[in-house]
Write a protein that binds this ligand. Structure first.
Ligand code: HBI
Ligand code: FE
Length: 278
């Protein structure tokens, strides 16, 4: 059983492919429904309201693996974003160009039953359930386009590492304070039931107020729960942080030492100092 049957799909210059929605099997649609039901049960009290509202507005609750063209018809009128099918990760420059043009590249394959709980590559559940709902929020949608535009610049300067950390600690693993209580917004957390609970309730990780330079200096592990989560107050704050001219920041980052994933340093606005041990 091949894991990703789109691996050899013919692709365009921008790495998009044909989703071939009618090729999904009944068991693949059923797997999406089971992933969806399990995730929404945990997220109902943990995800930020913008995420929960979008699940209905985008009819992701409708059952079965979404047809990305139909999903885009619902999303584009809201914020101008489209969802386009790709095989899996695309080259950084292609990825940033899509985001800069309000196109979110989503993997078309769904994880095999054997990797129901966790998989290392972004499958269609991670990409569409995790990332797409917030693209219906106008402010977050602007931030994601700004991120894409910044990506090309970071590549030119050879500082993609710093920008990738911004993506990691917000788009993938970000927390938001909103109306006071802590909620989830990162896609990597949303598509993981275990980390959805861990990120909000476990005593071990640090939870530190978002600071752009601090985030861009902080390393991360890709194969475990986060040791530190960064907390934004609002999507407006996140968008505003990305409106700044990154030039001077990038200059400082060239010589600023990296910060370990579990460290707390002077100047941190620590909302919760983790115990460190899981
Ligand atoms: N490609 N399809 C896809 N999805 C991603 O999230 C992605 C990618 N290519 C590069 C990438 N992410 C990261 O390296 C950048 O965010 C830095
Ligand atoms: Fe992702």
């Amino acid at each position: 059983m091949v894991k990703n049957r789109y691996a050899d799909a013919p692709r365009a210059a921008d790495f998009t492919i044909d989703q071939m929605w009618s090729s999904y099997t009944a068991e693949e649609h059923d797997r999406w429904d089971r992933l969806y039901a399990r995730a929404t049960k945990v997220l109902r009290t943990r995800a930020c309201p913008e995420f929960l509202h979008a699940l209905d507005r985008l009819a992701l609750s409708g059952g079965g693996i979404p047809d990305m063209a139909e999903l885009s018809e619902r999303l584009t009128p809201l914020t101008g974003w489209q969802v386009v099918p790709v095989t899996d990760l695309v080259p950084d420059d292609i990825f940033f160009d899509h985001l800069a043009n309000r196109r979110f590249p989503a993997g078309a394959f769904i994880r095999p039953e054997a990797e129901f709980d966790y998989l290392s590559e972004p499958d269609i559940f991670h990409d569409i359930f995790g990332h797409v709902p917030l693209l219906a929020d106008p402010v977050y949608a602007d931030f994601m386009q700004a991120y894409g535009r910044g990506g090309a610049r970071a590549l030119e300067r050879g500082q993609l590492k710093n920008l990738a950390r911004l993506y990691w600690y917000t788009v993938e693993f970000g927390l938001i304070r909103g109306q006071g209580d802590l909620k989830l917004f990162g896609a990597g957390i949303m598509s993981s039931v275990a980390e959805s609970r861990f990120a909000l309730e476990d005593p071990s990780p640090n939870r530190i107020a978002f600071d752009l330079e601090r985030v861009m200096r902080t390393e991360y592990d890709i194969d475990d729960f986060q040791k530190t989560y960064f907390v934004i107050d609002s999507f407006e704050d996140l968008r505003a942080a990305c409106d700044a001219d990154f030039g001077p920041l990038y200059d400082r980052l060239r010589t600023a030492p990296d910060i370990a994933p579990d460290a707390v340093i002077d100047g941190d606005d620590v909302l919760w100092r983790g115990t460190g041990s899981r």
